[in-house]
Ligand binder design. Structure first.
Ligand SMILES: O=C(O)c1ccccc1NCC(=O)[C@H](O)[C@H](O)COP(=O)(O)O
Length: 270
């Protein structure tokens, strides 16, 4: 994504805001809770590994959820979430570092910091178990190199989820040394969601990589579809937060963590 490329105005605005944000100045050092181990424990207990996302609002959300994020986090864990994702981007998603800190203090599961990190100093904001690096955003002018950021994040103790959308972005992620890769079903140029994206990109990703299907997963059928296509875990925001209707977050999470994963395993094996 260089700056001449056509992108959705909301995404351009996210990118512009991210360029302005700095770090705290104090280097973060974290002893992380293992994300792959959390997925393994959920699977062993018969649950679909789900990263449930605390996303008060977003450019594509209808409305805003103003519940205390700590209450939401506890409800998600009660619903069987293997890990949580917390938006820390303030301007477009209603997130904050303070929210993440409070949530991580309140739960035992790994917590992903969901933000748009473009420079090393932006890693030094808050302790989290995992940080997100988006290949597409790190192709923009004036950003740090993906491989350098990956090393810098690991030096601080973070695990790193590298987000991709195409096979060529997966290639870049693997070249940079990624071992946890997300395939985002949401196209950041148009914000359209298509679960077929994960299905077409997943086959190029080696078994050794922890593979996460991101965005657009609404129903049990969607969850099973992504698991059949090879997802080790699912990242789900909107269907759990349910911004418009403010329904029961525990039930919304449980519906997906109890999706029929046996069907997924049978299909994968044959
Ligand atoms: O969620 C958005 O509207 C959005 C808009 C522009 C850039 C990124 C956006 N979301 C970031 C995400 O990665 C999702 O929050 C996450 O994958 C969960 O997606 P969903 O389950 O579809 O809410």
């Amino acid at each position: 994504m260089d700056d001449s490329e056509e992108i959705a105005p909301a995404v351009q605005s996210i990118l512009d805001a991210a360029r302005e944000r700095g770090g705290s100045g104090d280097r973060v050092s974290v002893t992380p809770r293992s994300l792959p181990d959390a997925f393994e424990s959920a699977s062993t207990a018969g649950r679909t590994p789900v990263i449930a996302e605390i996303k008060p609002t977003s450019p594509t959300a209808e409305g805003e959820r103003t519940d205390d994020p700590v209450d939401l986090a506890q409800q998600m864990v009660e619903g069987g979430a293997a890990a949580l994702s917390v938006l820390t981007e303030p301007e477009h998603f209603g997130g904050s570092a303070e929210t993440l800190e409070r949530v991580r203090d309140a739960v035992d599961v790994p917590v992903l910091r969901k933000d748009f990190i473009l420079h090393e100093d932006q890693l030094d904001v808050v302790e989290a178990d995992v940080v997100l690096l988006i290949v597409r955003f790190l192709e923009a002018d004036g950003t740090d190199d993906l491989a350098d950021l990956l090393v810098a994040a690991r030096e601080r103790g973070f695990q790193v989820l590298v987000e991709t959308h195409t096979a060529s972005e997966v290639e870049k992620a693997l070249e940079a040394g990624a071992d946890i890769i997300g395939v985002n079903n949401r196209d950041l140029t148009e914000l359209a969601v298509d679960l077929g994206t994960f299905e077409s990109v997943a086959p190029v990703i080696p078994e050794s990589v922890t593979l996460i299907a991101e965005s657009g997963i609404q129903t049990e059928e969607d969850a099973t579809r992504m698991r059949r296509a090879g997802a080790d875990a699912l990242l789900v925001g909107s269907a759990i937060m349910d911004h418009g209707a403010a329904t029961d977050v525990t039930a919304n999470t449980r519906r997906l963590t109890h999706a029929d994963t046996d069907a997924a395993e049978t299909t994968t094996d044959t």
